[in-house]
Write a protein that binds this ligand. Sequence first.
Ligand code: GDD
Ligand code: MN
Length: 368
Amino acid sequence: MKVVVIIPTYNEKGNVRPLINSLLNVFRSISHDMHILFVDDNSPDNTAEIIQKECQKHSNIHLITGEKKGLGAAYIRGMQYAADCLKADVLMEMDADFSHKPEDIPRLLSAIDKGADFVIGSRYVRGGKIPRDWAFWRKLNSKWGNFFARYIAGLYKIRDCTAGFRAIRVSVIKKIYLTNLKVKGYAFQIALLHRAVASHAVVREVPVEFIDRVEGETKLGLADILEFIINVFWIRFNNSRTFIRFAIVGTSGVVVNLTVFTVLVHSGINKFIASPVATEVSILSNFLLNNFWTFRERISKDIIPLKGLKFNVVSLIALGFSFFTFILLSFLFPDAAPQVHQAIGIIPATLINYFLNSYWTFKDHDHS
Ligand code: GDD
Ligand code: MN
């Protein structure tokens, strides 16, 4: 079995040589044909030159280079190269910064040997670890990322959806049309996992300890986080009829809101009264459509007025989230048009709205 460990690098000059030594050492204890493929995006710190020297010494080390388009774009190129040019049977994903321990590779591969198609080096199953000294916000960032992936994108059964340490059979990759994945950044991890699950790959999680990097710094940026949120939302949208209905109802609410507002103002009612009245009418029409259409299969123990009240509470919470996003973006990007801030605010508001209404207002009491 030919295994290619794909390692994307961007400004990792302090890490690559020690990592290569450590990997070659671990490879000695593995019976498979082990290779390393670096995908470097023309790192300005000349990471590629260091790798190039190692390629000349070892025939199982490979390098491809290209323009920097993000972590996902680098993996897509690397996976295609490993499958088509190197004729790999199994691919691995791994970071260059020693966050993933080379010593764990044999355990990931033995899960493949036992029949799994997609093995995740998981921090969130029993025995897995995240650094004990992780600051609160880092834990939160990782936790909510997984929470979104599990409950919004629907990958409920998997504990560590965002992990970047994996072993995947090429047969799975061949079923996934990599070039159709529109993700460029870190969102790639959940997009790929989602496609694998959808194509019925056997997924296993193997506990690993995630170590903080010592050399260099993280490349995760705001654009990656935004792309991640949009992608989770997109996966849900494509997957769930319920969510599509919910989105259609939400759009109809905008029409109702503006129509009622216009009618009221034209009939001489003060606009400061017309505005909240129009909003409340649209909340109620949304509620009724959701109750009798979107969530009609749900069996509820609440009477309709109580559900209506809950729906109103959720709308207020969502309003809070979109306003918070608006304020945050206004301070972070004061030069962008306020319409952009307002539009982006719709994303968290829709997610919160859907999530709370689905799991609270219209909770299904049939199965619980
Ligand atoms: N070629 C290329 N191009 N490599 C990149 C790019 C890029 O645009 N961005 C990052 N990398 C490389 C880094 O050099 C490193 O080897 C690896 O990808 C991971 O980047 P880090 O910046 O160290 O990521 P992280 O530690 O924040 O994120 C890790 O944990 C996440 C989950 O918490 C990674 O494992 C992610 O894949 C994972 O989702
Ligand atoms: Mn890292």
